[in-house]
Design a protein around this ligand. Structure first.
Ligand code: C5P
Length: 253
């Protein structure tokens, strides 16, 4: 098999050069990290689940007219995506107080927020991805005011879509993180959702029981992470329902 050129290796994914100009292949690993990689593990099957779940969410967003980098899934662990220039900010949307915000502000986890709160974090592992304000973003040229306005609009559209989809399968979207990239078309740039959308980057709570179905299961040692992600995928119809009996050979994609 021809060797591919690796462009970038992150904690949970690898990017390879794509088959066409301006494309990349995004490979989903089974590695799980938390607390800025201080906690590490390998969760068998996580990469396969996140590849399928991210495909599901990105396809839905594309169909709704919310642009993403996603082109198509290639196989169990890989998808073809458009090459973008990543804006060095993590955009977090919160519907319910949890995680770092609950801790930082002393608000009880689970407190509903009166409106979605959007936060920006600088993507910098050495600094531990610090929270930054719009003033910082503009002063240090990480993005323009127009970019910020566009990022907020995109983030809120993703929130509406994801909240609705998850609500439909009995799951509350507590918060999530997205990354946004620039695509250049002639003299113009367009912002698109990049990276991944999966239970690695969302907080998902069962509406009835409050059970956590996201990476907090790994962060807080609450059980089997792959089981939680499988449950999300099963509810969304992303995984075929199994009745426990295997009939004949199955096509593995
Ligand atoms: O930790 P915190 O409460 O700030 O996380 C908010 C949301 O962003 C959570 O859904 C978390 O999974 C996600 N996140 C992420 N990657 C990070 C930081 C947070 O996906 N580096």
């Amino acid at each position: 098999m021809a060797r591919r050129r690796m462009i970038y290796e992150g904690k949970a994914k690898i990017l390879y050069e794509g088959p066409e100009p301006d494309t990349l292949i995004q490979y989903f690993k089974d590695d799980a990290t938390a607390f800025n990689a201080q906690k590490k593990g390998v969760i068998e099957g996580k990469g396969v689940l996140n590849n399928r779940l991210s495909e599901f969410f990105m396809t839905g967003l594309n169909q709704m007219g919310v642009p993403t980098h996603f082109i198509k899934r290639i196989n169990m662990r890989e998808q073809l995506v458009r090459m973008v220039e990543i804006i060095p900010l993590e955009v977090v949307v919160r519907n319910v107080a949890a995680g770092s915000m609950a801790k930082r502000l002393g608000i009880e986890e689970g407190t509903p927020l009166p409106r979605p709160i959007i936060e920006f974090y600088l993507k910098d592992d050495k600094l531990g991805d610090p929270l930054v304000t719009e003033e910082h973003i503009i002063a240090f040229n990480w993005a323009s005011q127009q970019d910020i306005d566009d990022m907020i609009a995109l983030a809120l559209r993703v929130n509406d879509y994801l909240s609705g989809v998850m609500y439909g399968v009995g799951i509350k979207l507590v918060d999530f993180k997205i990354e946004i990239g620039r695509i250049f078309e002639g003299d113009f740039q367009r912002l698109v959702i990049a990276d991944e959308i999966s239970p690695d980057s969302c907080r998902l709570w069962d509406i009835e029981t409050g059970q956590k179905l996201d990476k907090d299961v790994f962060r807080r040692d609450l059980g089997n992470l792959a089981d939680a992600y499988t449950e999300v995928a099963r509810r969304l119809g992303v995984l075929p329902r199994s009745n426990g009996t295997v009939k004949g050979p199955k096509l593995v994609q």
